[in-house]
Design a binder for this molecule. Structure first.
Ligand SMILES: *[C@@H]1O[C@H](CO)[C@@H](O)[C@H](O)[C@H]1NC(C)=O
Ligand SMILES: *[C@@H]1O[C@H](CO)[C@@H](O)[C@H](O)[C@H]1NC(C)=O
Ligand SMILES: *[C@@H]1O[C@H](CO)[C@@H](O)[C@H](O)[C@H]1NC(C)=O
Ligand SMILES: *[C@@H]1O[C@H](CO)[C@@H](O)[C@H](O)[C@H]1NC(C)=O
Ligand SMILES: *[C@@H]1O[C@H](CO)[C@@H](O)[C@H](O)[C@H]1NC(C)=O
Ligand SMILES: *[C@@H]1O[C@H](CO)[C@@H](O)[C@H](O)[C@H]1NC(C)=O
Ligand SMILES: *[C@@H]1O[C@H](CO)[C@@H](O)[C@H](O)[C@H]1NC(C)=O
Length: 362
């Protein structure tokens, strides 16, 4: 009886703590991705409204953009709408790149048109209608977007848990895990993994492998595997500038004691802290990489130094992967600030594959 009560109190406290942590993260991070720069105080909220119209939202996943999303923003005076008949009354209009399959509607004066894209450019040229659109802002994972919406951000960790790295290391009896669901990619991810697996053991989880990792989410699966494995592949499906997804940021969250092996954006080093990951492009061949992994993985000092370094950081990636909220909150802030983009962007170029490289590691 006493035990149960204690457990219940403990659980309640834990849940409250987690909620507080999430609220804290939302309020400190959604609107501004530079943790150092603080937000200006919100302007008088009740005195103006902005409507952000998602004129061409992505088809996937259903109900992804919830009407009350913007409640979580620092600025509460924006609302989103999906009702195209409100075009005339909309302050900002969002078009997802992939959904632009029509000629532009009438652009009302003082309306901000936002071109949005969260997927890697895939060497396909943009659709034929896009050139008729006059966009004012871009919103994407690219750092040069007006509304920069990364899949995650790395911050210095404020939690300094004392861990027994020796015992963490001792638990790790396996080398490399890979969780993957998209089996064939243009950037020959699977081919690289196949070659790497000739030199070091790789266990493949998910749709493309033999092992299944049960858990209510991919993140929980990663957490479980991180206890037994030394390394986890964080291989993006594309090798494009700034394109780092939750595949990578997940592994920087708290209590994931695993070293990521990253194959992704050519400028990955700009986004991740030094000596906390292994970068595939540093190696001439899968064989060389495997050799290095064995050196690190076989040397407790070397390996745990990396873990310790990684523990100095944490990633804030949206807990529900609702990357869209960040973007909309940020867009709302920029509307409030009457932000004027001064970028002259070649949209077609920006969207085409020219920010991507072909793999040279095979
Ligand atoms: C904000 O707006 C409300 C209603 O329009 C007004 O009563 C209040 O004085 C304003 N506050 C500030 C700080 O301007
Ligand atoms: C803001 O929106 C509310 C509700 O939609 C409306 O009643 C109010 O008049 C709007 N205020 C302004 C300044 O447009
Ligand atoms: C556009 O905005 C400017 C400045 O905010 C304002 O002076 C102008 O009247 C607006 N034009 C229209 C058509 O709303
Ligand atoms: C850490 O774990 C190792 C192996 O599990 C154990 O031998 C050692 O005593 C532990 N060290 C501390 C400081 O608890
Ligand atoms: C990261 O590490 C490399 C090699 O260890 C070093 O050359 C580079 O200066 C470091 N970069 C930063 C930002 O510390
Ligand atoms: C392990 O790595 C450390 C740090 O680089 C090095 O000093 C040590 O000699 C290595 N141990 C072995 C057994 O190679
Ligand atoms: C564009 O705006 C940024 C800040 O908003 C400013 O630092 C930069 O100098 C501007 N560039 C041009 C070409 O006006």
């Amino acid at each position: 009886m006493v035990n149960t009560l204690q457990q219940r109190t403990g659980t309640t406290l834990l849940v409250m703590w987690i909620l507080l942590a999430i609220v804290n993260l939302i309020y400190t991070n959604y609107p501004n991705f530079n943790p150092i720069k603080m937000l200006p105080a919100p302007k008088n909220e009740s005195s103006f409204n902005f409507t952000i119209l998602l004129y061409a939202p992505p088809i996937y996943p259903k109900n992804y953009y919830k009407i009350d999303f913007l409640k979580k923003c620092v600025f509460h005076n924006c609302k989103i709408s999906f009702d195209r008949s409100l075009l005339r009354y909309s302050d900002a209009v969002i078009f997802f790149y992939k959904e632009i399959t029509f000629k532009p509607p009438y652009k009302f004066p003082n309306q901000t048109w936002i071109l949005t894209n969260f997927e890697a450019p895939n060497f396909k040229s943009p659709g034929k209608y896009i050139k008729y659109f006059e966009f004012d802002w871009t919103m994407s994972y690219r750092q040069d977007s007006d509304v920069y919406v990364p899949y995650g951000i790395i911050k210095e960790s404020r939690i300094h848990a004392k861990k027994n790295y020796s015992s963490i290391y001792a638990m790790k009896t396996y080398d490399v895990a890979w969780i993957v669901s998209n089996c064939k990619t243009k950037f020959r991810r699977e081919e690289y993994v196949e070659k790497l697996s000739r030199y070091i053991d790789i266990d493949i989880y998910g749709k493309c492998g033999w092992n299944s990792c049960r858990g209510s989410s991919i993140f929980q699966c990663k957490q479980r595997l991180s206890k037994r494995y030394k390394f986890m592949l964080a291989f993006e499906n594309s090798l494009c500038k700034d394109y780092l997804t939750e595949k990578i940021f997940h592994l920087y969250r708290e209590n994931i004691d695993i070293i990521p092996i990253v194959r992704g954006a050519p400028n990955t080093e700009e986004h991740l802290p030094n000596n906390t990951f292994v970068l595939v492009s540093d190696f001439k061949s899968p064989k060389d990489l495997a050799h290095r992994l064995k050196t690190i993985g076989g040397n407790e000092t070397l390996y745990t130094e990396m873990l310790k370094q990684k523990d100095k950081y944490t990633a804030f990636s949206d807990p529900n992967e609702e990357t869209g909220i960040w973007g909309l909150c940020r867009a709302c802030q920029l509307l409030n600030d009457n932000y004027q983009s001064n970028k002259t962007m070649d949209i077609a170029k920006w969207l085409s594959g020219r920010s991507c490289i072909l793999p040279s590691d095979l």
